[in-house]
Design a protein around this ligand. Structure first.
Ligand code: GDP
Length: 444
C-alpha cells in the first residue's frame, strides 16, 4: 500500500509533539527534523520538502499555536493542511462540455497503465455520470493494445472504435470523431501510443493528434511506483503538450508516494484520478483532503463507504440482514457474504481506510485470507442444498463426503461448521435483543 511507511513515520514524529503541553523551539525543531526525514525517505522532491518544512515552521511558531490549548494537536493540523496543499486544495474534476462531445486524450509512457486507465475512466463516466462513451484505440504501435482495449470495452459494455493497426492514429481519431457524432456520444476517450521513454517522435505524433482532436482534457498516466520520475515525466509532457490532469496508477503497490506528493507543486497539474488495482473498477476520483487523512493514518471512511455502496450487491445485503434479524444464518448466507467480501477486493486495503486500523492491518495477508475463503467456499459448494440450510444434519459420513468433494480434510469441515455455529449464536443473541457480552465473545 502506498504511503505506508511515510504514514508510519509521520505519525511517530507527530505523536511526540501532540502530548506536549508547551511548544518550544527545541521540541518543534526535533519534530520538523523527523517530518523532513519522513518526506525525503518517501522520495518527495527535495525542494518541495524544503518549502513544506518552512511553511509548517512559520505557521507553527505563529502566535495562535503558542496560545492554543493544545499546541501539539494544532501542529498536527498544520502538517495535515500542508500535505493537503501539496496534493491540491480542491477536488479536480473532468470538465464536460455543456453541449456536444467532450474529448479526453490519454497519454503516457508504455506500461504505466494508460490503456487500462482509459477503460476505467470510461466505466466511471458511464456508470457514475451516465455518459454515452466511445473508446478509441489509437495505440497502433504496441502490438496487443487494440485487442486489450476491445476486451476491456466489452467487459464494461462500452463501444470501442478501431480501424486496426494498419491505419495511423491521427486518421483513426478523425474517423472516430465522425462516428461519435453520428452515434450522439457525449464523451470520446482516445487511448494513444506510449513509448518506453519520452522521445520526439512520440511527442510529434501526440501533438498532431492533439491539434486534430482539440481535447477538452489531456490526461497523463504516471506510475506511482516510479517515485520522483513522475515529476520528470509530467514536466516533460506538460511542456510539450500542456496536459490538463494526471492519473496516478498502481497506488496499490508499495510505492513510497513521493511522486504523488511532489507532482502538483512542481507542475501545477492536478491529479484527477488514482488507480489502485488491475480490475476495471479499481479507480477513484482523487480527493486531496481524504488522501491527506489517509497519509496521516486517520483513515478514509468516506471512500470506504462509497466503495462499499458501489461494489456490494445491496439486495444480497438486505436479504442477509433480514434473515439475521429473524435469527437465521446458514451456509447459504455465509456463501453470499464470501461473494460480497471478494467483490470488495483487498481486505488489507479496505480495512486500512478505517481510522485507527491503518497501521494495524499491514500484516494482514490478503493471499492467505483469499485461500481460506476459497477453501470455505469449496466446502459449502460440496454440500447439498438441504445440508446448507440444515447444518445440524452433518454427521461423520456426510462430513467425509463433503471433505472429499472439496479436496480438504474433515478437520477443515469441522472448523467451518463451528464458525457457522458461532455466527448463529451471535445472530440469535442479536435477534433477541441481547447483544453478546464480552465473556461470550471471548469464548469464541
Ligand atoms: P499501457 O502500456 O500504459 O497502456 O499500460 P496497460 O494499461 O497495458 O497496463 C500495464 C500493466 O499494468 C497491465 O498489466 C495492467 O494490468 C497493470 N496496471 C494498470 N493499472 C494498474 C494499477 O492501478 N494497479 C496495478 N497493480 N496494476 C495496474
Amino acid at each position: 500500500m502506498a504511503f505506508e511507511s511515510l504514514s508510519e513515520r509521520l505519525n511517530k514524529a507527530l505523536k511526540n509533539i501532540t502530548g506536549q503541553g508547551k511548544l518550544t523551539e527545541a521540541n518543534m525543531n526535533d519534530m520538523l527534523k523527523e517530518v523532513r526525514m519522513s518526506l525525503l525517505e518517501a522520495d518527495v522532491n527535495y525542494n518541495v520538502v524544503k518549502e513544506f518544512i518552512a511553511n509548517v515552521k512559520e505557521k507553527a511558531l505563529g502566535q495562535e499555536v503558542i496560545d492554543s490549548i493544545n499546541p501539539g494537536q494544532m501542529v498536527v493540523k498544520i502538517v495535515h493542511d500542508e500535505i493537503r496543499e501539496l496534493l491540491g486544495t480542491e477536488d479536480a474534476r473532468l470538465h464536460f462540455k455543456k453541449t456536444g462531445i467532450t474529448t479526453v486524450m490519454m497519454v503516457g509512457l508504455q506500461g504505466t497503465g494508460k490503456t487500462t486507465a482509459s477503460a476505467k475512466i470510461a466505466r466511471y463516466c458511464k456508470d457514475k455520470l451516465q455518459k454515452r462513451v466511445l473508446l478509441v484505440a489509437c495505440d497502433v504501435i504496441r502490438p496487443a493494445a487494440i485487442e486489450q482495449l476491445q476486451t476491456l470495452g466489452q467487459s464494461i459494455d462500452v463501444e470501442v472504435f478501431s480501424l486496426g493497426a494498419d491505419v495511423g492514429a491521427v486518421e483513426t481519431a478523425r474517423q472516430a470523431m465522425q462516428y461519435a457524432k453520428e452515434r450522439q456520444k457525449d464523451l470520446v476517450i482516445f487511448d494513444t501510443a506510449g513509448r518506453l521513454h519520452i522521445d520526439q517522435d512520440l511527442m510529434n505524433e501526440l501533438s498532431e493528434m492533439k491539434q486534430l482532436v482539440e481535447p477538452d482534457e489531456l490526461l497523463l498516466t504516471v506510475d506511482a511506483m516510479t517515485g520522483q520520475d513522475i515529476v520528470t515525466v509530467a514536466r516533460e509532457f506538460n511542456e510539450q503538450l500542456a496536459i490538463t490532469g494526471l492519473v496516478v496508477t498502481k497506488m496499490d503497490g508499495d510505492a513510497r508516494g513521493g511522486g504523488l506528493l511532489s507532482v502538483r507543486t512542481i507542475t501545477n497539474v492536478p491529479v484527477l484520478f488514482v488507480s489502485n488495482g488491475e480490475k476495471v473498477e479499481d479507480l477513484e476520483a482523487f480527493h486531496p483532503d481524504r488522501m491527506a487523512d489517509r497519509i496521516l493514518g486517520m483513515g478514509d471512511i468516506v471512500t470506504l463507504v462509497e466503495q462499499a455502496q458501489e461494489k456490494l450487491d445491496m439486495e444480497v445485503q438486505e436479504k442477509t440482514a433480514k434473515r439475521m434479524k429473524s435469527g437465521i444464518f446458514t451456509f447459504n448466507d455465509m456463501l453470499d457474504q464470501f461473494g460480497q467480501m471478494k467483490k470488495m477486493g483487498s481486505m488489507q486495503r479496505m480495512l486500512g481506510m478505517i481510522p485507527g486500523l491503518g497501521n494495524m492491518v499491514k500484516n494482514l495477508d490478503d493471499e492467505k485470507m483469499n485461500d481460506s475463503m476459497n477453501r470455505s467456499q469449496a466446502i459449502i459448494q460440496s454440500m447439498t442444498p438441504y445440508e446448507r440450510e440444515n447444518p445440524s444434519c452433518l454427521k461423520a459420513s456426510r462430513k467425509n463426503r463433503i471433505a472429499k468433494g472439496a479436496g480438504v480434510k474433515v478437520m477443515d469441515v469441522n472448523r467451518l461448521i463451528s464458525s457457522l455455529e458461532q455466527m448463529q449464536m451471535m445472530t440469535k443473541m442479536m435477534s433477541s435483543g441481547n447483544m453478546p457480552n464480552m465473556a461470550s465473545l471471548q469464548a469464541m
